[in-house]
Write a protein that binds this ligand. Sequence first.
Ligand SMILES: [Fe+2]
Length: 313
Amino acid sequence: MYQFLDSEPVRKEKRLIWAVNRSVMENIGFVPIKRGKKSKSHWNLFVFLLKIFTILLKITGYYQKGYGNAKTINVNELTLKFPNLPTAFNGFKILHLSDLHIDSIPGFAALIIEKVTSLTFDVCLLTGDYRRDINGSFSHILRPLHILSKYIQAPEGTFAVLGNHDTYLMARYEQESGMKLLVNESVEILKDGDKILITGTDDPFSFYTDDALLCLETKGYDFKIAMVHTPELAKVASRRKYDLYLCGHTHGGQICLKEGSPLLSHQFEGKQFNHGKWNIGSMTGYTSRGVGVSGMPVRFNCEAEITLITLEK
Ligand SMILES: [Fe+2]
């Protein structure tokens, strides 16, 4: 069972203010980040370089190999131990899905469904990036997301945050996509007299606002989980006594050298945040390599990942 911290009227009012602000950010040439502002022009250059790289892969015959790799999704199971975990949540299972980019590969939803239907979990947490592109239409992803949501049987709920590829307009279609969005807000999960808190922020990579920091100012919980698209707010979450921080965004690099080093990770917090488990103080963090792909539909030396996390006391 879950309940939002804010009442429904307060949530509606906050969501409206956020939507107005986000719509402005999505429609101007500069996007705020924690360190100031950055231009979107770097993205256009990146897209141009990707096109050249795609042509090279096709000429050399590596494209099909990389495409096959991108369609091979692995289930990564791990157990994380926390001495302060409330007893009722011992053995609690989280299905963590990040960076679905569900329209990058035709029929990709079916590949994800094939994997998740064999898993049992209590809650599903999605950490952003549902479509391939960073702008344009999104209506075409609602149906595959809705179908996928039917197969995600999470008794305690399915919660999602937005990534830098997502538009504020998706918040209007929570029912159609089957996702309950956490936009700089928190939800309590209640179980056998115990409770934990899950806080989800808006994407800090392209749409940072101080509201993302404010929503992490939560007190009075034995165990707190932060959901953020990128690792950028990890230090803040650790200072605010969060226990677990789940993110994605990096795709683990998506294209890596043989020893696993990414050519690009699109994050500047440090290479320990590229993928997998990391720690800041007493907080444990996990960066998913992502389920899907963006840019071009290939992976090399970097497996697509569905993560099943078991919490243990
Ligand atoms: Fe992504």
